[in-house]
Ligand binder design. Structure first.
Ligand code: IMP
Length: 200
């Protein structure tokens, strides 16, 4: 089946396709780009679920009525910053959404924070709208800590600064299969596949 992803982020499309391929469900992740691009959505709901719901509904509105849509909203919550950047993760360094600038700002902001206070977690909320318009929510979380300097060349966003609990490498140093197993997105996807296997 086709699952339309409410995102134009090529990394996310690739991660969701890898997650789908690793599950036993035959799912083709279709980028919003292939249907003319993701409609403009202002991510101002203030919560991951609110923003993901806005994105899912915006894409659903331009697709055939029976299309299945998946939207995710995700971000990094840093304990020493009272949960920031959180829902603002994509725009931490400004409205242009420059991920290199976001990463550099986080490195600077955390410069004097000692290692025992560098705990953080990623959150991913998935909103699925099925062919009948029913909405369902799945959530995943990945706990870890922040390095003082970015490490590694794969992944995206804050990956080079984040080490998941139980690992020594950053998310930008580990291979994609392991990232998908550990990540907030991978865990949220697992909730979705569990629901699918019970309900189909
Ligand atoms: P979204 O596309 O509105 O969900 O923005 C989420 C933002 O959070 C991204 O732009 C990244 O900055 C950050 N983010 C979310 N998931 C990840 C991840 O898996 N690795 C690194 N950064 C992430």
């Amino acid at each position: 089946m086709k699952l339309y992803l409410a995102s134009g982020n090529a990394h996310k499309v690739q991660e969701f396709q890898a997650l789908a391929d690793a599950s036993s469900l035959a799912i083709e992740i279709v980028s919003a780009k292939s249907v003319g691009g993701m409609p403009m959505v202002i991510e101002d709901a203030g919560t991951f679920i609110g923003n993901a719901t806005k994105k899912a509904r915006a894409l659903k509105a331009i697709l055939p009525a029976d299309a299945w849509v998946l939207a995710d909203d995700s971000g990094l919550c840093v304990d020493a910053l009272d949960g920031a950047p959180g829902v603002e993760s994509a725009y931490y360094a400004g409205p242009q959404g420059d991920s290199a600038a976001n990463l550099a700002k986080l490195v600077r902001t955390m410069r004097d924070v000692p290692s025992e206070k560098r705990t953080a977690h990623f959150i991913c909320v998935l909103v699925l709208i099925d062919g009948e318009g029913q909405e369902r929510v799945f959530e995943g979380r990945c706990d870890g800590h922040l390095l003082s300097e970015p490490r590694g060349g794969t992944g995206f966003g804050y990956d080079p600064l984040f080490v998941p609990d139980g690992q020594e490498k950053s998310l930008a140093e580990i291979d994609e299969a392991l990232k998908n197993q550990l990540s907030h997105r991978g865990r949220a996807w697992k909730c979705y596949t569990r629901w699918r296997s019970v309900c189909s």
